[in-house]
Design a protein around this ligand. Structure first.
Ligand code: MN
Length: 449
C-alpha cells in the first residue's frame, strides 16, 4: 500500500496581494499531484485547506479541477477533509462540488449516508460517519477523518468516542496539537490557548498513520502504534517560514536553514518527504548603524537569488534613510521593515536615567500618553506628529482582510460546525491573545482563522 499525504495547499491565495503568487500555489499543487501519480501511489490524501477560502473563485476551482483530473484519469482516488480556511457551515462546500465531479471523496461527519466505490457510512447519532475504504490485493485500509473543528466542539465531543480503528486505518485531521506545537516552538502560554484544539491524549489510538494538516511546517513523530505526520504547506507561508534566515551577530551574518516545503509519500506505513522547489523566502535581520547596514547588505546581496522574496529587518537606535539600501538588493520582492527605537539603558550603579535627559518635551508628552514601557509607540506617535511617516517602510505586507472576509471569519469563529445546538451559539467570547513579536507560530497555523 502506497499513498501520498498533502495538506495546506491554499489554492487561490494571492499572497501579499500578488496574483502571480496564487498561480504559484496552484503550480505547487499540480507538481505535488504529478509527483504522486508518477510514484504510482494507490491513493492520495488531502488533509485540509486545499483552498485558501471557503468561497474559491471560478478560476481557483478550475485550477483544482484540472489538477485533480490527473489522478482521476489514472484511477487513483483522492480522499479529503476540509480545513479551517475552507470549511463551510453550509450543506455544500467546494469539496462537495469536486466530489460530485468524481474528483475526490470527502470523509468525515455528514448529514446523509454515502455509499460509493470508495466511501462507506456508519450511523453516528443523527448523522453519519463517512469513511474512505481502499482495497488492493486482498488487503484493505480505512481512511477516517474529520474537518477542522473548534476547540469548544472538541471539548464536548471526544475523538476516541467517534473514531475506532479496526484493522489497517488512517486518521486525517486538520488541527493544532498542543504538545507538538510546543516541540516545534517552545512552551505555549495558556493565553495562547487559541492556537491548538487538541492535546496528544485526545488523539484516538490504534491508527497506523495520522495524516495531519494545519501546521504549515512539516513534522514527523510516532504515536501509539503509528506515525503522526504534518506534511506542512506546499508553498512558503510568510517570512517566518523562511528558506534561509541571515541574522547579524554584531560581526557577521549567520545563516540558518529553514524547513523544506513539500509533501509525503508513505509506502508500507513508512513516510518519506518529497521536497518541492518553491519560491525562496529569505529573512535578513540586522541591528546596526546606517554605514554597517549598507556595507553588509551589499556584501550579502550576491548570496541572495534574484527570484527570492526578501524581508530585510533593520533595527537601530536612531532613524536613517533606507531607500538607498533598498537599491542594493535586486530581488523579486523586497519588504524593508525598520524598527528605530531608543532604549532606556540602565547606567552603572543601577540608576535608571531620568527620561528628561534623553527626550524632548514633545517626546515626554508622548511617553506620558503612551506609557513609559512602550517606547516604540512613542516613536511612532512622535513621527506622526512630525509628519515623518514613511508609508513605504511601515507597510506590513500582510493581507488585510476585506470587510466580507472579516465577517466570514467572525461567523466561523462563533458558529459551531455540526449540531447547531443553541447553547453552542454563545460559546467562546474569550479575548484572543496574539503571539508576541518574532513568533512564527502564526506562520505554521496559517495566519489564524
Ligand atoms: Mn492552512
Amino acid at each position: 500500500m502506497k499513498f501520498a499525504h498533502i495538506a495546506d495547499v491554499h489554492l487561490g491565495f494571492e499572497q501579499y496581494r500578488l496574483p502571480y503568487r496564487a498561480e504559484e500555489f496552484a503550480r505547487a499543487f499540480r507538481e505535488a499531484i504529478k509527483r504522486a501519480v508518477e510514484e504510482k501511489v494507490d491513493f492520495i490524501l488531502i488533509a485540509g485547506d486545499l483552498f485558501h477560502s471557503s468561497r474559491p473563485s471560478p478560476e481557483t476551482l478550475k485550477d483544482a479541477m484540472e489538477t485533480l483530473e490527473i489522478p482521476k484519469a489514472k484511477g487513483i482516488p483522492v480522499f479529503a477533509i476540509e480545513g479551517n480556511h475552507d470549511r463551510t457551515q453550509r450543506r455544500v462546500s467546494a469539496y462537495h462540488l469536486l466530489e460530485s465531479l468524481g474528483l475526490l471523496n470527502l470523509v468525515g461527519i455528514r448529514e446523509e449516508r454515502v455509499e460509493s466505490e470508495y466511501l462507506t457510512s456508519e450511523r453516528l447519532g443523527n448523522k453519519y460517519l463517512v469513511k474512505g475504504v481502499f482495497e488492493k490485493g486482498g488487503r484493505s485500509v480505512e481512511i477516517h477523518g474529520l474537518k477542522y473543528m473548534s476547540a469548544a466542539w472538541l471539548e464536548k465531543n471526544k475523538l476516541s468516542d467517534i473514531f475506532k480503528p479496526e484493522g489497517d486505518a488512517i486518521l486525517m485531521l486538520h488541527q493544532g496539537i498542543k504538545e507538538l506545537i510546543e516541540r516545534m516552538m517552545g512552551l505555549i502560554p495558556e493565553s495562547q490557548r487559541d492556537y491548538f484544539e487538541l492535546r496528544m491524549e485526545d488523539l484516538p489510538k490504534g491508527y497506523l498513520y495520522y495524516a495531519l494538516g494545519h501546521i504549515h511546517r512539516r513534522f514527523e513523530t510516532n504515536y501509539d502504534v503509528g506515525k503522526l505526520v504534518y506534511s506542512g504547506s506546499l508553498q512558503r507561508w510568510d517570512f517566518g517560514d523562511y528558506e534561509i534566515r541571515y541574522r547579524w551577530d554584531g560581526r557577521t551574518f549567520k545563516p540558518k536553514a529553514g524547513i523544506e516545503k513539500g509533501f509525503y509519500i508513505v509506502e508500507n506505513w513508512k513516510p518519506r518527504f518529497v521536497e518541492l522547489r518553491v519560491r525562496p523566502f529569505i529573512d535578513v535581520k540586522i541591528e546596526a548603524d546606517e554605514e554597517t547596514v549598507k556595507r553588509e547588505v551589499r556584501r550579502l546581496a550576491p548570496k541572495i537569488p534574484s527570484d527570492a522574496f526578501v524581508r530585510l529587518d533593520i533595527k537601530w537606535e536612531r532613524p536613517f534613510d533606507v531607500s538607498a539600501i533598498r537599491e542594493l538588493l535586486n530581488v523579486k520582492y523586497l519588504y524593508v521593515r525598520t524598527r528605530f527605537e531608543r532604549k532606556l539603558r540602565a547606567v552603572k550603579g543601577g540608576d535608571v536615567p531620568r527620561p528628561s535627559e534623553y527626550f524632548s518635551p514633545l517626546e515626554l508628552k508622548a511617553i506620558e500618553l503612551a506609557g513609559e514601557k512602550k517606547l516604540e509607540n512613542v516613536d511612532a506617535v512622535v513621527e506622526l506628529f512630525l509628519g515623518g511617516w514613511n508609508e513605504e517602510n511601515t507597510e506590513e505586507p500582510k493581507e488585510k482582510p476585506t470587510k466580507r472576509e472579516k465577517e466570514e471569519e467572525k461567523r466561523k469563529g462563533k458558529t459551531p460546525d455540526l449540531d447547531a445546538k443553541p447553547e453552542e451559539k454563545t460559546e467562546k467570547k474569550s479575548p484572543k491573545t496574539k503571539p508576541g513579536k518574532g513568533s512564527n507560530l502564526l506562520a505554521w497555523l496559517g495566519g489564524g482563522r
